[in-house]
Design a protein around this ligand. Structure first.
Ligand code: SAJ
Length: 439
């Protein structure tokens, strides 16, 4: 199938890079977002998100005239939905005494509804948003069929999961293998033709529900693997072992690849998607449920660690370094660091946060500082929550002259104990029971 014009619904971390990349590969693209502020920002040539390389691709797409952005849809050959699928913060389901999170599909539903008046015979609709199994057939198809057209015969319908890693989105978009699940084989073939515009990785055709399941399986596997690493960090502390060294040694085994413990699992994917299985089939998702519990309770484990290091937290001042959900990104969504900060404050500590990727961020009940110095100056302890490159390479000797803190707590294994020790700090590390004492 030959596509000339594409409408991308949702201009966030996935939709914007995808729309821009289609445009720089020759398609006429209308990028649509319901948020007029985003459209205004993009029209002015600025970005509302941070992703390496995105600025240049967006600029090229806009300058070529191939990408336009708008709050309104237009008729097109294909429609691509890339809107968020979070869980409800306050609506839980319950199974066998266990509370589970429920997917909030309202953005997918309203994006799909917005397509209906523009849908024509022969169009292709692709859902990219991570969604519970059967969303494409049970939720999206019936809404689109309100147009009077039949999914699979009058128009093509696919699910194709985005699998790109924030921080590497633009290269992974092109290089990664792409799974395209159609509600019919013809739909899958149409989806393949669309992505062949720029995808260099293998494009694999399958059915829509398999494609949905593939995506949730990937992120669930990662969540479960991080949960075991976090559990190992707790066990290592109990046995007086350094978990980082133990993991390094275990990973020398040719078939073992243990991930890294940390303050918890954040972001809008790994900490969310496993719930899509649990909600859909709680009776079959026990391990997945418990892995979520382990990862969600890791911020509390970190706070206990801080208490061990500092004693009573009431009246203490802590400099928290990093608020992003992972290293070298500016994305603060579902960040475990934020939860650590809140828990420390609940325990009576004053917490000053320095997040170099988003110093201007305003978060409820979080005190952001304007510089590293401002965060550490009057602190009793420095708590490292995110392994940003610029934190990992901080020279402790220099830092020591900018702070009265002599206690440092590293939750991500970024700091070399010897360096911190010789700079006069007592360094506590997550997953290692024995603090390395300073002078
Ligand atoms: N984390 C750890 N330990 C680790 C690895 C990660 O605690 O060893 C934490 C991170 O700090 C972060 C969270 O897990 O808080 C998730 O980070 P991540 O880098 O594992 O994943 P995301 O959420 O940035 O991106 C994932 C990717 N999925 C997989 O690697 C299976 C990406 O390919 C997906 O496209 C993305 O989710 C998505 O959009 O679904």
């Amino acid at each position: 199938m030959n596509f000339r014009k594409l409408c991308v619904l949702g201009l966030g971390y996935i939709g914007l890079p995808t729309a821009s990349t289609f445009a720089t590969h020759g398609l006429q693209v209308v990028g649509v977002d319901i948020n007029p502020d985003i459209i205004e920002t993009l029209r002015g040539g600025s970005l509302h998100i941070h992703e390496p390389g995105l600025g240049a691709v967006l600029e090229a797409a806009l300058e070529s005239g191939k990408l336009t952005v708008s709050t309104d849809l237009e008729e097109a050959d294909a429609f691509l939905i890339a809107v968020p699928t979070p869980f409800y913060p306050d609506r839980h389901g319950e199974y066998d005494g266990r509370q589970y999170r429920r997917a909030d599909m309202r953005a997918v539903i309203s994006a799909t509804e917005a397509i209906v008046p523009h849908l024509r015979k022969g169009n292709l609709v692709v859902l990219e948003s991570t969604s519970p199994p059967r969303t494409t057939v049970d939720l999206v198809a019936p809404v689109l069929e309100r147009s009077g057209l039949k999914a699979g015969s009058d128009f093509f319908l696919c699910y194709s999961p985005e699998r790109v890693l924030p921080g590497h989105i633009l290269s992974e978009l092109i290089e990664n293998a792409r799974v395209v699940g159609g509600i019919t084989p013809e739909s899958a073939a149409a989806g393949r033709d669309l992505y062949a515009t720029f995808v260099k990785g293998e494009i694999i055709e399958t059915d829509a529900t398999t494609a949905e399941m593939v995506k949730i399986m990937e992120n669930t596997t990662r969540d479960v693997n991080i949960a075991i690493a976090n559990e190992f960090s707790r066990l290592a502390e109990k046995f007086g072992v350094d978990v980082w060294e133990a993991i390094r040694l275990a990973n020398l085994h040719p078939r073992i690849n243990i991930l890294s413990p940390g303050p918890g699992v954040g972001g809008h994917c790994i900490s969310v998607d496993p719930w899509f299985f649990v909600e859909a089939a709680p009776e079959l998702s026990e391990l997945i449920y418990h892995a979520r519990q382990v990862n969600d309770s890791q911020p509390r484990f970190v706070v206990n660690k801080v208490k061990q290091a500092l004693g009573e937290l009431r009246g203490k001042t802590i400099a928290a370094l990093g608020l992003a959900y992972k290293p070298d990104v500016d994305d603060l969504r579902e960040s475990p660091a934020t939860e650590v900060v809140h828990l420390l404050q609940d325990a009576g500590a004053v917490v000053n946060v320095w997040e170099p990727f988003k110093p201007e961020a305003r978060m409820k009940d979080v005190h952001m500082t304007k510089s590293l110095d401002a965060a550490i100056h009057d602190a009793d302890a420095i708590l490292l929550l995110v392994k940003h490159t610029e934190f990992a390479t901080l020279p402790p000797a220099e830092l020591a002259s900018h702070t009265r803190a002599r206690i440092a707590i590293d939750t991500v294994n970024a700091w070399d104990p010897k360096n911190w020790q010789s700079a006069g700090f007592t360094l506590h590390r997550l997953g290692a029971n024995k603090p390395i004492s300073g002078l």
